[in-house]
Structure formats: C-alpha cells, structure tokens
Design a protein. Sequence first.
Length: 132
Amino acid sequence: MWEHSNTSLPRAAARRASFNKVVRFTNERTGEHLADARVASALQDRVTGLLNYTGLQFPEGLWLVPADEIHTVGMRFPIDVAFLDHNHVILAAWSVPPGFQVRALGAKSVLELPAGQLQNSQPGDRLKALAL
C-alpha cells in the first residue's frame, strides 16, 4: 500500500506519526471501497497535501482532518474531493482540476482521491472509516 513508483512520500511527512496512519473508506450505500487514505492531521501535512505527489492510484487517498477547503494550485493532476461532516456524510463532492480552490461550509474533513473515484458517490452518502 502506498508504495507506487509514481508516488513519493516526503521524508519529513514520513517521520510524523499522524501521516503514517491509514484509514479505509467505504461508501455505505454502494459498498464501494473508495480509498486507503493517509491521515493528514498536522498543520504542515494539511497545507502541503498532495503538492509533492506526481499522481494518485487506487486505493491511495489523503484525508485532511480538520479541513473545509482545499486547493490544487501547483498540482499537476486532477483529483476527486469529498467534503465530510463529523459523521463522515458527504456534504459535497467534486472533480477538481489543477489550479482551483474549493470549499464546503460545514465540512469537518476532506477526502482527496484519484480522479474518477467518486463517480458512484453523492452528497448524503455516509462513508465507513476503518483504521488500518
């Protein structure tokens, strides 16, 4: 998991405990496994996000906690984003190309996934989160 050649985990992030935690997200309505997402709870990890990555491949993802907005300025690839409330219910979900900033009022966290990964998910869906 997370050992793809096109993904490089920054060394500083690898040393932080929160960034080494992984959570499996499954859509409860569809049963679809969405991601095994790294947890970015430290401020530096949330600010940097996926900027140092060259892409994401399933099942990779990044869960920013807490967060209610993200940007793709400086990124070289599109992503799908799900804005989640405190119960992991999707408040908003978008495909975001490089160079944009998006926000969802009321969101408590944001799940960043490979582009196209949220095609079967919609606002109102609850995601099951299981620590791996």
